[in-house]
Design a protein around this ligand. Structure first.
Ligand code: AP5
Length: 214
């Protein structure tokens, strides 16, 4: 699942991965977990994440490889937030080739910048299960409490407007160019608009997955 901050990658990936029956592997969530645990990797990552900048490729690849070595990822996975730079895309490409595996679909979501900023400014994230809500658009049933697991809802440190804009700049400079790399390497890119209601966008994504499978 590919796209800028706030476009809905997490919202749709969690649901799609559960439906397909593969793990949802979000590099943002892996980083936030390392930060919460106070691990060495987490301490290094925290400064970058807090500033809205990308973590170094070496560190990110190390974290991702550890996750993909887990038994539940052997038969496939849904990546959310990786790759985010050309070197990360090259590493993934080489690994898939080495294992004689392929990417079934690259779902590239997009929406105008002001829509993204508005969604992130109102976002609340569950500390426990990472489910997301939006104060104005998709509020939880009980303020501050996750509908799914009862966990506490918090604002992410990198959701302050200035940091959100920095993250969007990072996406435009370093991540969006990967789409050309995907096309060059004949990865099955499907462009999906993320403007509209969540249900409607999810249907578009499902249609794109089905179209890619045929
Ligand atoms: P990460 O956690 O991946 O953040 P992100 O890409 O910036 O994406 P977000 O999680 O903010 O947004 P999303 O697209 O998942 O949207 P969501 O579904 O929540 O990464 C965080 C940081 O980690 C990075 O900045 C970087 O520092 C580091 N990092 C991560 N991966 C890295 C990598 N590979 N290399 C280097 N560094 C890395 O939706 C947003 C909100 O909108 C929610 O409130 C939701 O309810 C709402 N919403 C969703 N869809 C709609 C809709 N259609 N209408 C109205 N509201 C909606």
């Amino acid at each position: 699942m590919f796209g800028p901050p706030g476009v809905g990658k997490g919202t749709h990936s969690r649901r799609l991965a559960a439906e397909i029956g593969v793990p949802h592997v979000s590099t943002g969530e892996l980083l936030r977990k390392s930060i919460q645990e106070g691990s060495e990797l987490g301490r290094i990552a925290e400064e970058y994440v807090g500033r809205g900048e990308l973590v170094s490729d070496d560190l990110m690849v190390q974290i991702l490889e550890t996750r993909l070595d887990q038994p539940d990822a052997k038969e496939g996975y849904l990546l959310d937030g990786f790759p985010r730079t050309i070197p990360q895309a090259q590493v993934l490409h080489a690994k898939l080739r080495e294992a004689d595996k392929r990417m079934d679909a690259v779902l590239s979501l997009d929406a105008p910048v002001e829509v993204l900023v508005g969604r992130l400014a109102g976002r609340a994230t569950c500390r426990q299960c990472q489910a997301t809500y939006n104060h104005a658009l998709y509020p939880p049933k009980q303020t501050g409490v996750c509908d799914l697991c009862g966990g506490v809802l918090l604002q992410r440190v990198d959701d302050a407007e200035k940091t959100v804009r920095r993250r969007i700049e990072e996406y435009q400079a370093k991540t969006r160019p990967i789409l050309d790399f995907f096309r060059q390497e004949h990865w099955p890119v499907q462009l999906v608009s993320s403007v509209g209601e969540i249900e409607e966008i999810y249907k578009r994504l499902k249609n794109a997955v089905d179209a890619g499978a045929n």
